[in-house]
Design a protein around this ligand. Structure first.
Ligand code: NAD
Ligand code: UFG
Length: 346
């Protein structure tokens, strides 16, 4: 079964491709390579001894996208393509709404035109904003605090409207899973693919890995005065391969829904436990034996104290549960970092 993966060359994309191949699906990649390189896909081809059809295409290019759908018998779409840097979204909101929202509209129009109605969308825990209660359930208030998060929420609403439109019997009833990711980290245990941020990393895990490898001098911990156990921010870190397997579980669920029934469900993908920055550092040092120098600095604007999921819906609906622990997340990150000090290289 052929599954189109937009953004398939990116960090979550390559791991999702791997999970799809592991489960016998045929992924077809569409990516404009604006934040990735083709090397990750090439490495999976080598690892799995297969070829992965890859189109260098911007999802806003309606003509090319239609052609790709027409050339391939696509049964479903995993839509990961988009811009994801919170800070950049505040300084350049138009690019975020254009890429994420307009890009998704082009994709949805193409899918509707060609009768493909099975969609998995990568949303984010950022749609919850600063949560009132923890752990966060899917019915919590949605209150994104930046244009990136707004763009994710807008797409969720568009998807919901599409599914409502076809609530009555229709030949191509939409079936949509809106996956709200918490904090994906780590890499496949092979060490051949991983996170390769351009420039200085924004996220804590790749930052720690680059400090440990000597590329960066020290970690700045953004705030030690949060109302948490040690004053540093708490997040629900999830192994990227667990996340990738969550996409396959969501795909199976979507494909199992009767043709005339439409569905659109938001589903958290997290582990359900929170880890502070200091705890993450200490697990990293224990697993790798490498000391990571750090300093405390001011809180990062827009950050929240704590965020972790109630992942029970994913378990009951998709039969999926994260299985890899923090030790695996950091040791897999470190294997990738050590084997690929310059990422995929350019
Ligand atoms: P990434 O930047 O590594 O991957 C995104 C991919 O999409 C890149 O390969 C990029 O080249 C491609 N892309 C961007 N705009 C495109 C366009 N218009 N047309 C075609 N391709 C385009 O990011 P990632 O971490 O793999 O994230 C994947 C998705 O998951 C994103 O939508 C992101 O918002 C979402 N997400 C990520 C995180 C995270 O922490 N990594 C958390 C929550 C949600
Ligand atoms: N942090 C530091 N120093 C750094 C980077 C981060 O102390 O150099 C801290 C942050 O303050 C926070 C924690 O580490 O307490 C995690 O920060 P990340 O930047 O790794 O992750 P965020 O939770 O801020 O955001 C990430 C993605 C968002 C996504 C969100 C929820 O960047 O796009 O997870 O999925 F929306």
């Amino acid at each position: 079964m052929k599954i189109l993966v937009t953004g398939g060359a990116g960090y979550i994309g390559v791991h999702t491709i791997l999970a799809l191949v592991n489960e016998g699906y045929i992924p077809i990649v569409v990516d404009n390579l604006s934040n990735s390189s083709i090397e990750g896909i090439r490495r999976i081809e080598k690892l799995k001894n297969t070829t992965i059809k890859t189109y260098i295409c911007d999802i806003r290019d309606a003509e090319y996208l239609s052609q790709i759908f027409s050339e391939n018998d696509i049964q479903g779409v995993i839509h990961l393509a988009g811009l994801k840097a919170v800070g950049e979204s505040c300084s350049d909101p138009i690019s975020y709404y254009d890429n994420n929202v307009s890009g998704t509209l082009v994709l949805l129009k193409t899918m509707e035109k060609l009768g493909v109605a099975n969609l998995i969308f990568s949303s984010s825990a950022t749609v919850y904003g600063n949560p009132k209660t923890l752990p966060i359930k899917e019915d919590a208030k949605l209150f994104p605090t930046n244009p990136y998060g707004q763009s994710k929420l807008m797409i969720e609403k568009i998807c919901q409207d599409l599914a409502n439109k076809t609530k009555l019997a229709s030949k191509n009833a939409w079936k949509i899973a809106l996956l709200r990711y918490f904090n994906p980290i780590g890499a496949d245990k092979s060490g051949v693919v991983g996170e390769d941020p351009k420039g200085t990393p924004n996220n804590v895990m790749p930052y720690i890995a680059q400090v440990a490898s000597g590329k960066l001098e020290r970690l700045s911990i953004f705030g030690n005065d949060y109302p948490t156990k040690d004053g540093t921010g708490i997040r629900d870190y999830i192994h990227v391969m667990d996340l990738a397997e969550g996409h396959v579980a969501a795909l199976r669920w979507v494909l199992s829904i009767k043709p005339l029934i439409s569905e659109c469900r938001a589903i958290n993908l997290g582990t359900g436990s929170g880890t502070s920055v200091l705890e993450l550092l200490s697990i990293f040092e224990k697993e790798t034996g490498v000391k990571v120098p750090y300093v405390y600095s001011l809180r990062r604007s827009g950050d929240i104290a704590s965020c972790f999921a109630d992942p029970s819906l994913a378990h009951s609906l998709l039969g999926w549960k994260a299985s890899r622990n923090m030790a695996q997340m950091v040791s897999d990150t470190w294997r990738w970092q050590e084997q690929n000090p310059s990422g995929y290289g350019e």
